[in-house]
Design a protein around this ligand. Structure first.
Ligand code: BGC
Length: 363
């Protein structure tokens, strides 16, 4: 009798323990009897089950450019049926390598499926990217390339050297007589800033264009404006300016307008956020190299999802990865091509907060 009683209590405790387990456990009424006898086997959690898939995209600074990347992340998550809690987007306020490393550490500890990062300093980020790979996490990069031989499986973004060359060629066309050109950029370590600058310098070399030493604002738009103002006041005849990051063009545009030099200091920049398009419409920005940042966000999620669900080889061929790179491409926008650019975005269903209604390019 005593033996029977203890058996009864043992079963009761086992049943109670089992019914108090977390949400991943099979509900009590559906549990087969052997699960009650062996509760340690009762809660199989499928590692790569679709609801467990989590992708994290880490950008570089708070800016509409990065909001467009985030829109791409959200659109891909919707299309792939990934719950919004499982497609996470993070950017620090300004260029902040420590915050990027800390964010990587957080998501490594959570054991997410994949991380796509735009490393503000590729050398500083590589060890933590390696740590993520060692923990079984898929690591890719977007917008900003990693170090050579990085653990990043794929770089998804612009070919920055050739995009910088396109910017330089646009400047050469604007300044056939040459002149002094200032350069404003948001990093002295991020490879996209360095490669764009190199491409630009190579394209203007041998022409009458002289470039000033690039000024670095560390992705701080207010600082970018201060620097543009001071370069302009130190060089009142500045013939041209090159804005390397998305907010640099608008910073130069403000400085040029305040110095009353619209049309006298020619401006070439990167990206196609609303303030840049407004600068083109106003005639203060002469040309911009528009990146396809929505695609960078969208395709990074898609790539990591495909690697997780179909394996690396299938994912690479489906996404058209060549030598570890998906070149997302650029569009060169001038006042003459702005309307055509807008029509192209509309045809692809890519959201943009500006429009050209009521505006016509100058003849
Ligand atoms: C660059 C990003 C940068 C952004 C800043 C873009 O041109 O590709 O790396 O963070 O500008 O707004």
């Amino acid at each position: 009798m005593k033996g029977l009683k203890s058996l009864f209590f043992a079963i009761l405790i086992a049943v109670l323990l089992f019914s108090c387990a977390g949400p991943t456990t099979v509900p009590e009424e559906e549990a087969p009897p052997e699960m009650i006898e062996a509760p340690e086997e009762a809660a199989p959690v499928e590692e790569a089950a679709p609801e467990e898939f989590t992708v994290v995209v880490i950008g570089k600074s708070v800016h509409p450019y990065w909001s467009n990347v985030e829109k791409g992340v959200i659109a891909a998550a919707n299309d792939l049926g990934i719950d919004s809690d499982h497609a996470i987007f993070f950017v620090p306020q300004n260029e902040d390598v420590a915050a990027q490393i800390e964010t990587m550490e957080t998501y490594i500890a959570q054991g997410v499926t994949g991380i796509a990062i735009a490393p503000s300093d590729p050398n500083a980020l590589e060890p933590v990217m390696q740590k993520a790979v060692d923990a079984g996490i898929i690591v890719t990069t977007l917008d900003t390339p990693p170090v050579e031989d990085s653990v990043s499986l794929v770089y998804m973004g612009t070919d920055n050297y050739s995009a910088g060359q396109s910017a330089g060629e646009a400047m050469v066309e604007l300044l056939p007589e040459g002149g002094t050109v200032g350069i404003g950029r948001g990093s002295d370590t991020a490879l996209n800033a360095l490669q764009r600058t190199d491409g630009f310098l190579d394209a203007v070399e041998g022409t009458g264009i002289e470039t000033l030493e690039p000024v670095n604002d560390q992705e701080d738009a207010a600082r970018a404006l201060e620097l543009a103002n001071s370069v302009l006041s130190a060089n009142p005849d500045l013939a041209g300016a090159f804005g390397v990051y998305a907010y640099n063009g608008p910073a130069w545009a403000t400085a040029i307008k305040e110095a009353d030099r619209v049309g006298l200091t020619r401006l070439v920049c990167f990206d196609a956020t609303t303030d840049i398009i407004n600068g083109i419409k106003e005639g203060v920005i002469d040309a911009t190299v528009a990146q396809r940042e929505f695609d960078m966000g969208y395709k990074s999620v898609q790539l990591i999802y495909l690697i997780a669900t179909e394996g690396e080889d299938a994912a690479m061929s489906e996404m058209g990865v060549v030598d570890g790179i998906v070149d997302t491409g650029v569009d060169i926008i001038t006042p003459a091509s702005l309307k055509e650019y807008e029509a192209g975005l509309d045809a692809k269903g890519i959201p943009h907060e500006w429009d050209t209604e009521g505006w016509e390019p100058p003849q």
